[in-house]
Structures are given as C-alpha cells and as structure tokens.
Design a binder for this molecule. Structure first.
Ligand SMILES: [Fe+2]
Length: 250
C-alpha cells in the first residue's frame, strides 16, 4: 500500500530533473473549488449530462451496463479547449485485450458540455497538475462514462482488468456514486506490484496518473445493500501530444 507521503495533494512537477511520483490523488476540494467560481447552472448542466449517455454498443453483453460519450480536443496554450473532429476511439490490442485493435465509435459529447465552462475548467486544472512534464501535452480525449449495477448483474468499469490505456496521462474524476459497493481504484507499478488503492467516494475526487509508469484497474461494482441499482459516473481525460496520434484516429 502507498505510504501517506505519496498521497500528494499539492501541484507536482519535475524538480531537479527528477520525475514526481507517477500518480497524484486529489481530494474533491480541488475541482469543487475551481468549479465553484462558475455559475451553478453551468456546473449542473455538466454533472447532469451523465443522465444522457447512450449505451456502449461494444460491450458484447445483452443488457448494457455501461453508457458513454467521447470527444477529443486540442488544449490551447492558455488551457482553453478546441474540439477536434469526431473519430472512433482506438486502443492497441497490446493495451486492451478486450476491446483493443478495433475502433470504437462512441457518441460525441453534447455541444453544451463540450463548449461549456465546466469541462474546460476541469481539464485545465488537471492539465496544470499532471504528475510529470506537460510539455507537448496539447490534446486530450474526454470520456463520460456511467456504469450501472443491478442485483442481477454487476457492472465492470474496466473489463480488461489491470491495464494501461495507451496514453501519456489519464485523469479519473468521480462525478457520482450512488448506491454502489465496490469500485476500488488500484494502481500498480510496471512490475504489477500494487502501489496505491483508493475508493473514490466524493464527487470530484480525482486520480491523475502517468499511464506510461503505472498500470491501473478498478474492481466491479454491485448495488449497495438494500438497493436494486447502483450508479457510478466517471469523467476520464486522456492527455497526449496531438502530433503523436495514430493516423487512423486523426
Ligand atoms: Fe483504463
């Protein structure tokens, strides 16, 4: 388990040429405080948009338990966002043995979300706090994901198990957790030795990781005792250099 000293809550950076720890776990206050400077209606529009996600058609299950949208953006020098053309989300089979090797076309983010101040604020705040150099990190992929669990079927936030995403940095932001048991977030070093375990419980609690230096996984979710249905909403932001994307995505 990770020593408390690695639960970094301040802005990391490269100091004297040394990389910081490969992940940072931010309490909810970081994003909640930044979003608190926006009109409440703009934040509500953002968080409530998870109620309007189409089913993930690439699950291979009869009853969908995962719902999602995906869009890509350029990150401008001032941290602003500029939406890129919509393309399929692609992961190499080497990093995703369940869904890798094929492009998965997800519905794009709603215009009001993609162009709203809440998403831009969240991405900018996290981009400024990557666990390592952000030089060249001028693009991102934004995933809105809802995983649902019922008494008949648990939900699998990451059916591929312990994995890397194939990006440079990945931010995992909890948006909503209702009537859920499970969903332990776990990080591993490159030898797959556990280095951090956390249960994200408060909206806007966030883990940002260097996808090149750690593996990650999350346990399945089940409805909490007495509940028929549990819901876990996440915002995932993949950071990468725009110039380094495979041609099939660009
Ligand atoms: Fe992942």
């Amino acid at each position: 388990m990770t020593p408390a000293s690695l639960r970094v809550t301040e802005q990391p950076g490269t100091v004297d040429g040394q990389l910081p720890p490969p992940f940072v776990h931010f309490p909810a206050d970081l994003l909640a405080g930044s979003l608190g400077t926006l009109p409440p209606a703009a934040v509500a529009l953002f968080t409530e948009s998870w109620d309007d996600l189409p089913a993930d058609a690439h699950l291979g299950t009869g009853t969908p338990y995962r719902f999602r949208r995906y869009s890509r953006f350029r990150i401008l020098p001032d941290g602003g966002l500029e939406r890129l053309p919509h393309v399929a989300f692609f992961q190499d089979r080497a990093v995703n043995k369940v869904n890798g090797g094929v492009g998965r076309l997800f519905a794009p983010l709603a215009d009001a979300v993609a162009e709203g101040p809440a998403l831009e604020t969240v991405v900018r705040v996290l981009w400024e706090r990557l666990p390592g150099p952000r030089e060249g990190m001028d693009a991102c992929g934004v995933h809105q994901i809802r995983v649902v669990a019922t008494v008949d079927a648990e939900g699998h936030p990451a059916p591929e198990g312990v994995h890397q995403d194939g990006h440079c940095y990945v931010a995992q932001v909890l948006i909503r957790r209702e009537n859920v048991e499970g969903a332990d977030s776990r990080l591993y070093d490159l030898d797959r030795v556990p280095v951090h375990e956390a249960l994200l419980t408060t909206p806007f609690e966030t883990i940002v990781l260097d996808d090149r230096r750690v593996f990650h996984g999350v346990t399945p979710i089940r409805p909490a005792a007495g509940a028929g249905r549990g819901v876990r909403d996440m915002l995932l932001v993949d950071f990468f250099p725009f110039a380094g994307r495979p041609a099939r995505e660009g």
